[in-house]
Design a protein around this ligand. Structure first.
Ligand code: FAD
Length: 401
């Protein structure tokens, strides 16, 4: 592993950074206030190629695995809410890649992006009112109608990014509830399918430019080919589970394993934004006749912020490199990266407010928004406690609770 970014990686980093600085930063406060999906910004991202399957594919092609976290850090440095609006479809894409066949990947992934002038969105629907951290207790059911070769989906999903406004929804549902997580499968619900609708749209503390809503499935029928991975593979997996044999990881978990370092990289972007802003402020703000950075209380705070950010980046890069090179996360390395980067984002943005004092608490400066935005990184795609559980189980080899 080389810590210096190569020329291609540096080019992408600069390209995404310029977009974040020129397009996202100036628009961030407005979309946070409006609390609506920022179509014009995503359109801009599509026009330059940032919101596209090609960009995703390019990032994945990098065998070091670093292009994805590097690009994500820059986007979130621009603004976390707008970044999630641009990146929200990626979770659906990850769900399709983790569980789908080659044909399904080819068919459905372009449906998650569309093209400039005709944008499309994807949504990944796992969480339910009674199944958040405990993904194994999903109540959404998928029943096979053999006569029509169709799956019938019923249930309610909650807190879904792009939920109800997406063109393609990837829904994780239970085929055999008695098998808990091992009885689940992922289904694509294509655009225009009757029986899928948006429930309530949530008002949020942060990342308010990203759309979060309930998704309601009422006798929602999808063709057999929408079962990701195919029926033969599912039947085989269910049979193994019924015999008590081990089966491959559950549908939702396979997706989260691959996306946790990406979420860690996003948390890193906000932390870096807040650190840079407060460092500059501390050099300029004069109290008692000298810049406040000349007080050790402030300079040490900044030293710790920078140290934590760099440590988080190393964990994120390691997990991304391991994930890209199919090196198993034997000690929960993906979870470690998300856990530490999420906690770093919350801590660093809080410290940034402290360094700005009253100016940090009001909307004239972006740090109050970054503080609100940062909190989600200890909650979604597995709370910090769930990451700790994954790590504890991995290092102990025990089925801890
Ligand atoms: C803005 C936003 C966007 C989201 N986007 C999506 C999305 O696109 N798709 C999707 O499927 N979901 C999405 N989610 C849902 C998110 O993944 C869940 O909120 C998260 O997994 C936690 O579930 P929960 O909210 O039900 O909390 P709960 O599971 O009810 O947890 C509550 C508290 O109990 C703790 N806890 C629970 N179990 C344990 C345990 N065993 N040990 C220790 N502590 C425990 C948790 O850590 C937490 O502190 C989103 C959520 C938000 C807020």
């Amino acid at each position: 592993m080389v810590f210096e970014l190569n020329e291609d990686q540096q080019q992408i980093q600069k390209w995404v950074h310029d977009f974040a600085e020129e397009v996202m930063r100036p628009a961030a406060a407005e979309w946070d206030e409006r609390e609506e999906f920022p179509w014009p910004i995503v359109e801009e991202a599509a026009k330059v190629g940032l919101y596209s399957f090609d960009f995703m594919a390019n990032c994945w092609a990098d065998e070091t695995g670093l292009t994805i976290p590097v690009a994500n850090e820059e986007l979130t440095w621009g603004d976390a809410g707008l970044a999630l609006a641009i990146q929200g479809s990626t979770l659906a894409v990850a769900g399709i890649v983790a569980n789908g066949t080659k044909e399904q990947i080819g068919e459905w992934i372009p449906q998650c992006y569309g093209e400039p002038g005709a944008l499309k969105l994807g949504a990944f629907c796992v969480s339910e009112p009674d199944a958040g951290s405990d993904v194994s207790s999903l109540r959404t059911k998928a029943v096979y109608d053999e006569a029509k070769d169709e799956w019938v989906l019923n249930g309610t999903k909650t807190w879904i990014t792009n939920g109800g406004i997406a063109n393609t929804h990837v829904v994780v549902a239970s085929v055999d509830p008695s098998l808990k997580a091992r009885g689940q499968a992922s289904f694509v619900v294509p655009e225009g399918t009757p029986g899928i609708s948006m429930g309530q749209k949530f008002k949020k503390l942060g990342i308010r430019a990203s759309h979060t809503a309930e998704v309601v499935l009422e006798d929602c029928r999808v063709p057999g080919r929408c079962l990701l991975g195919g029926k033969d593979k599912l039947d085989e997996r269910l049979a193994r589970a019924r015999e008590g044999k081990s089966s491959s990881s559950q549908a939702a978990m396979a997706t989260f394993e691959s996306t946790r370092p990406i979420v860690g990289a996003q948390a890193l972007g906000i932390a870096r934004a807040a650190y840079e802003y407060s460092l500059n402020y501390a050099k300029e703000r004069v109290q008692f006749g000298r810049p406040i950075i000349e007080n050790q209380a402030i300079s040490f705070m900044l030293a710790n912020m920078k140290t934590q950010i760099d440590a988080a980046r190393l964990l994120v890069w390691r997990a991304s490199w391991m994930g890209r090179n199919s090196i198993p996360f034997k000690a929960g390395e993906g979870s470690m990266s998300k856990l530490f980067a999420g906690q770093t984002a919350v801590h660093v943005t809080e410290q940034a407010i402290q360094i700005l004092g009253g100016a940090g608490y009001v909307k004239e400066h972006p740090v109050e928004r970054w503080y609100r935005d940062s909190k989600i990184y200890t909650i979604f795609e597995g709370t910090s406690e769930i990451q700790q559980l994954v790590i504890a189980r991995a290092i102990s080899g025990m089925r801890l609770n």
